[in-house]
Design a protein around this ligand. Structure first.
Ligand SMILES: NC(=O)c1ccc[n+]([C@@H]2O[C@H](COP(=O)([O-])OP(=O)(O)OC[C@H]3O[C@@H](n4cnc5c(N)ncnc54)[C@H](O)[C@@H]3O)[C@@H](O)[C@H]2O)c1
Ligand SMILES: O=P(O)(O)OC[C@@H](O)[C@@H](O)[C@H](O)[C@H](O)CO
Length: 457
């Protein structure tokens, strides 16, 4: 928990009275009002030439805090673009309404409105895992459970089709969202009332758009809020710090329309797979390697870890493997060079602990596909395996870690030696965990890594 910012008592609070900016009518509903939504979708929507027609109602996730803070500022916040050279400050006003995620009544009302055409999501990867998404039932405390209840209200209101746009770092994120939403809507089998035939209605009326989203946005710190106050002369507890780089690739239809996000550089493609693989493997995969191996070697941020030759070598080894499975027409060498520059931006303090969270979900997408492809090609896949090794060593040594399968990880940690390695690996891939030779290789990689890390500390 960050200490509260120290700001002059007479500093005015940012809101639309202090900085008049018109509010657009709500036509987009967003779930997961975190830092990334503010730096990405809210910013793209503000840049669209038809921004005046597209307001966002953004719902917080587990707690009301983010919504309360933003509501007190009438949805206004400052976006700080932080390059290696300096900061630039921009006011973003596309969020017309900020709502506590537990306010199901308002969510249903907005999703059931014929004005609403798009629902966007940044609810983290873990929110789509079967346990979290289903909870064994149509659990209204989960974001997808809430979404399904709101879709039932839309059907009831006859408000017509709409698009759901997943902006979480997941492979095939549109398909994953569709599957999770349809499964929830169909539960329990043979439902009555508002849910009878709901999954069929969703299937026919809701388009699930797939996206690859990119803009490195660390959690805002107390120091960032103090900096914004100093530079802008107001209190802004919802400010967000991000890099100048931004990218959004989308694939799918928008049956009720959408903002002209292409005005800010969004690209619409037929086949998203190569783009999402490039981003998930090269950027997010490298982030995971830097997070686990960097934390083991005593680093705190991405830039610090990248400047450690051992961490950098592990990234390059993984990139060499991943690049073999990406189309060269996507400019892979240039993409890698640009990533080194982005990761090396020391002014963006991207904490490794934030990236290290939810490893069981992330590694399945960031390491396993490359490992499988390399093994299929008759090679070792050692670079992809090293990402898993670093995760194993991290969860073994960390005092605290966040993961949707934390209980299973703790159970596995009660074992010793190769049995422990196999039990942890089984949480990512039961098939690999039953391959004795692979477990042995992982175990010996782990010993080497732990010894080298201890030497560095
Ligand atoms: N931050 C980035 O650089 C970045 C870049 C690309 C994509 N993303 C995607 O956006 C997601 C969110 O990132 P962020 O930086 O905004 O994080 P954040 O922690 O600032 O916000 C996450 C939001 O999701 C909610 N949430 C999290 N888990 C939930 C759950 N299980 N149920 C309900 N709500 C839940 C939180 O309450 C919060 O509103 C990431 O997980 C990732 O998939 C982030
Ligand atoms: O946001 P997560 O938790 O999926 O992953 C952590 C980072 O790898 C991620 O946020 C990147 O910074 C982001 O994907 C860059 O666009």
């Amino acid at each position: 928990m960050q200490p509260p910012p120290i700001l002059p008592a007479d500093l005015p609070q940012l809101n639309r009275a202090l900085h008049p900016m018109p509010k657009a009518p709500v036509r987009i509903v967003h779930l997961g009002l975190g830092a990334f939504h503010r730096s990405h979708q809210a910013w793209y929507t503000q840049q669209a030439s038809d921004a005046a027609e597209w307001g966002i109602a953004a719902f917080s996730g587990r707690r009301p805090d983010a919504a309360d803070i933003l509501a007190a500022q009438n949805g206004l916040f400052t976006l700080v673009q932080r390059s290696g050279k300096g900061d630039s400050f921009e006011l973003v006003g596309s969020i017309a309404e900020a709502v506590d995620g537990a306010d199901l009544r308002r969510l249903k009302e907005l999703v059931a409105s014929p004005q609403t055409s798009v629902v966007t999501l940044t609810i983290t990867e873990a929110a789509y895992t079967p346990d979290e998404a289903n909870g064994g039932a149509l659990e209204s405390a989960t974001p997808l459970g809430r979404l399904v209840l709101a879709l039932a209200a839309r059907r009831e209101a006859g408000a017509g089709p709409l698009a759901i746009v997943c902006c979480d770092n997941l492979a095939h994120n549109g398909t994953v969202t569709r599957k999770a939403v349809l499964a929830l809507a169909a539960w329990p089998a043979g439902q009555a009332g508002a849910f009878a035939g709901l999954s069929e209605w969703i299937d026919a009326n809701v388009s699930f758009v797939s996206t690859s989203v990119d803009r490195i946005t660390p959690r805002t710190t107390t120091a960032d809020i103090e900096l914004v106050a100093d530079a802008c002369g107001y209190r802004d507890a919802a400010a967000v710090i991000t890099e100048p780089f931004h990218n959004w690739i989308l694939s799918g239809s928008f049956p009720a329309g959408r903002p002209r996000w292409e005005d800010a550089g969004a690209v619409f493609v037929d086949d998203i797979a190569p783009y999402e693989n490039r981003k998930l493997w090269l950027l997010n995969g490298a982030h995971s390697i830097l997070a686990y191996s960097g934390l083991l070697r005593g680093h705190k941020t991405v830039a610090e870890a990248l400047s450690d030759s051992a961490c950098r070598a592990a990234v390059e080894e993984f990139w060499d493997e991943a690049s073999q499975h990406l189309p060269m027409r996507l400019g892979i060498p240039e993409y890698r060079a640009a990533l080194l520059e982005r990761f090396g931006n020391e002014r963006i303090a991207h904490l490794l602990t934030q990236i290290a969270a939810d490893g069981t979900t992330k590694l399945r997408m960031r390491s396993l596909p490359i490992l499988a492809a390399e093994r299929e090609a008759g090679r070792s896949g050692d670079g992809a395996a090293r990402m898993i090794t670093a995760w194993l060593a991290y969860v073994t040594s960390a005092v605290e870690f966040q993961d949707p399968r934390a209980g299973d990880i703790k159970n596995a940690l009660n074992r010793r030696g190769r049995e422990r390695t196999a039990a942890l690996l089984a949480l990512l891939s039961p098939e690999l965990a039953s391959d004795k030779a692979f477990v042995e290789r992982l175990d010996s990689q782990r010993s080497t890594l732990v010894a080298a890390s201890a030497h560095n500390l």
